[in-house]
Design a binder for this molecule. Sequence first.
Ligand SMILES: Cc1cc2nc3c(=O)[nH]c(=O)nc-3n(C[C@H](O)[C@H](O)[C@H](O)COP(=O)(O)OP(=O)(O)OC[C@H]3O[C@@H](n4cnc5c(N)ncnc54)[C@H](O)[C@@H]3O)c2cc1C
Length: 308
Amino acid sequence: MAGPIRVSFEFFPPKTEEMEKNLWEAVARLAPLSPNFVSVTYGAGGSTRERTHSTVRRIVTETALTPAAHLTCVAATRAEIDSVIHSYQDAGVRHIVALRGDPTGGLGDKYAPHPGGYRNAADLVAGIKRIADLEVSVSAYPEKHPDSPSVEADIDMLKAKVDAGASRAMTQFFFENDCYFRYLDRVRARGIDIPIVPGILPVQNFKQMRSFAERCGTSVPRWLAERFDGLDEDVATRKLIAAAVAAEQVLDLVERGVTDFHFYTMNRADLVYAICHLLGLRPVAKQAVAPLASLSHGERVPARSAGG
Ligand SMILES: Cc1cc2nc3c(=O)[nH]c(=O)nc-3n(C[C@H](O)[C@H](O)[C@H](O)COP(=O)(O)OP(=O)(O)OC[C@H]3O[C@@H](n4cnc5c(N)ncnc54)[C@H](O)[C@@H]3O)c2cc1C
């Protein structure tokens, strides 16, 4: 029998007062679902360094949530990155999501490591572990990272990150579950046994999602485009479709043995909250986090150790 469902939520640091309000409303709505952790992204080239830090610090001081701070290698020396790691440690943060990051010119430009910086994500994981025994999560790409010559090269990088001390990977978002399971088979065949947690993106805005997906190498299946077809001006129906699409995806993953999910919230709670409800999660004040057994979605086949 697979274990209980565990979720994590990803937020980004807000730029404006209004975005700040949205973020903390989303955090307040999702917190009672007792996520495993909540993560806060780090803007390209360290552009959100201060905002990421203050958001993470506020999570530590004002909530009972466990934060994970994203950190990239881009445009910074080792000493600068190490000082960020130390400041997280001082603030009580025990979990870092270690990434290479995108080139400063954006995805598509050739990545060049900073001459005095960490070379790549595996090098950064090793650097974090040298400083302190923090929990380190990393990324994984079921559909191949756009910079990577092959899925095998991606898996080599994942292996290097695990060998350096990473203990969990969250995937880039995807829509075809078979693709995730094919990737998982290849990862397991390489002897990588850390949880490969599926990253789920509820589609708040199809057009925006498609343009982002193109840049990061996620394929957008025709069936998905057809479901959102004609709804550009119809926000209410779009939301219902988005909930249905994400629900189908996560329930299929659960049936196939997945227990852990990482949600790209885009700082909005409603769709994510609804999907978590479908997964059997309830606010802790009312009911303890429900075990998998409470789902009535047919027999589960916990054949693969995907998440936990
Ligand atoms: C869960 C998750 C969270 C993320 N959070 C953030 C964030 O907070 N901030 C942010 O800026 N970005 C974030 N990203 C995006 C990420 O930074 C980009 O995808 C970046 O391009 C790669 O960094 P990485 O650590 O994911 O990749 P890596 O695992 O380091 O590399 C991915 C693949 O690219 C190949 N590769 C790497 N460098 C080269 C090279 N120079 N030449 C050829 N191949 C290369 C590797 O071999 C590997 O196959 C996130 C992605 C995910 C999946």
